[in-house]
Design a protein around this ligand. Structure first.
Ligand code: HEC
Length: 129
């Protein structure tokens, strides 16, 4: 009887992809297109994307209390807090959304293009209380 293939080779590929990714980007991540984060149109588009893709875990307002948070360890981050709410940290936030967080429920978002990720960050950083 043949056992199903072990996941090892795939883990190896994932690791080298991550290492390539790390060496390819600056630690601070990419810079947002000029003026985009302050654009009300981008902030609105980001709010709609957030409701569609992120609210289920992070909550309607991003405070970390979405319907699917139960049992997640670590729990979804509170995105109303720094550094995720800070424009100055936008490059790092971009990288997290693009790549996800390994070994957590936070997925990578290959379905979102760069502009959509910046729109999300425009929304997150527009909500200072
Ligand atoms: C399936 C649940 C889930 C979905 C959907 C999800 N997240 Fe997350 N997210 C998490 C979890 C869990 C963490 C905490 C990871 C950690 O503690 O390192 C997290 C963390 C984050 C962080 C902070 C990273 C960190 O190191 O803590 C950001 C920023 C973020 N998510 C943005 C988003 C955005 C934007 C979306 C929608 C495009 C999204 N997330 C969708 C579960 C989710």
């Amino acid at each position: 009887m043949r056992w199903p293939q072990r996941p090892k080779p795939r883990a190896g590929i994932a690791l080298s992809t991550i290492l390539l990714g790390i060496s390819a980007c600056e630690r601070a991540g990419p810079s947002p297109p000029a003026g985009l984060l302050a654009s009300p149109a981008a902030q609105q588009a980001g709010a709609a994307l957030f409701a569609a893709h992120c609210a289920i875990c992070h909550g309607a307002n991003g405070e970390g209390r979405g319907r699917r948070r139960e049992g997640l360890n670590p729990p979804p981050a509170d995105l109303t807090l720094p550094p995720w709410s800070e424009i100055a940290e936008a490059g790092g936030t971009f990288r997290v959304i693009r790549n996800g967080v390994a070994r957590t429920a936070m997925p990578a978002w290959p379905v979102l293009n760069d502009e959509q990720i910046w729109d999300l960050i425009a929304y997150l950083s527009s909500r200072k209380s």
